[in-house]
Design a binder for this molecule. Structure first.
Ligand SMILES: N[C@@H](CCC(=O)N[C@@H](CS)C(=O)NCC(=O)O)C(=O)O
Length: 229
């Protein structure tokens, strides 16, 4: 498909939804302009481009908006269909990858958000729930991908690697800001995958600066001052 394209990403600092799109663009070698959104004062461009959810990321491709990060990744892989591919060719394997990416967004992210938002006994319960959701993820990945890591495509990061890594690789910043999120001993396999993803140079390069992220998380979860989610 087309080579001469104008690509603009509307994003916000510290958002792993936005980081996954940036990482996919970098992996594919697609030049893009980045526009930082202030979510406490959303731009007209954002509101016009994503009138339904009013969220970032939004990818503007030759002026056409594409919303929802997982759908943006698929669009990138389909439009710029050259290697490295994010998704595999086989339709069944693609559906499995999409299933676990969706599971991660729906279940793992929600469970970790609840750990960040709660305190005391509620937080202990939220931590248990997160460990259980991660266990289901570990079991599912092992069952569905017994011979080949779904997080890499050869030397390159894959769709699932991008999705999981941009969210999980900076969990230490969350822990520094908020306290223990979960016990790596309980989900050793998951955290071994996170370590492998973090060892990838492009992943490391693309992670937000640790100290800046800690400061943002403190402000967000301790509400000093208020920062939009
Ligand atoms: N499901 C969306 C989630 C995006 C999302 O939650 N974006 C947050 C920033 S991390 C946002 O724009 N929040 C603004 C708001 O909720 O008003 C996706 O995958 O793109």
């Amino acid at each position: 498909m087309g080579e001469s394209s104008e690509v603009v990403l509307l994003g916000t600092f510290g958002s792993s939804y936005c980081k996954r799109v940036e990482l996919a663009l970098k992996l594919k070698g697609i030049p893009y302009a980045y526009v930082e959104e202030d979510l406490t004062n959303k731009s007209d461009l954002l509101l016009r481009s994503n009138p339904v959810h009013r969220k970032v990321p939004v990818l503007l491709h030759n002026g056409h908006p594409i919303c929802e990060s997982l759908l943006i990744l698929e669009y990138i892989d389909e439009y710029w269909s050259h290697a490295p591919k994010l998704l595999p060719e086989d339709p069944y394997t693609r559906s499995q990858i999409r299933f676990w990416a969706d599971f991660y967004d729906q279940k793992v992210r929600l469970a970790s958000y609840l750990v960040l938002k709660t305190k005391g006994k509620d937080q202990d319960k939220a931590r248990e729930d997160l460990a259980e959701v991660l266990r289901v993820f570990e079991e599912g990945i092992q069952r569905d991908f017994p011979t080949k890591s779904p997080f890499f495509n050869g030397e390159n990061l894959s769709f699932l690697g991008v999705v999981i890594g941009t969210n999980a690789c900076h969990y230490q910043a969350f822990e520094e800001a908020i306290g223990k999120i979960t016990d790596p001993q309980r989900n050793e396999l998951f955290f071994s995958w996170v370590d492998e993803l973090k060892a990838h140079p492009l992943m490391r390069e693309n992670l937000p600066p640790h100290d800046k992220l800690v400061a943002k998380m403190k402000a967000k979860f301790f509400q000093t001052p208020k920062v939009a989610v």
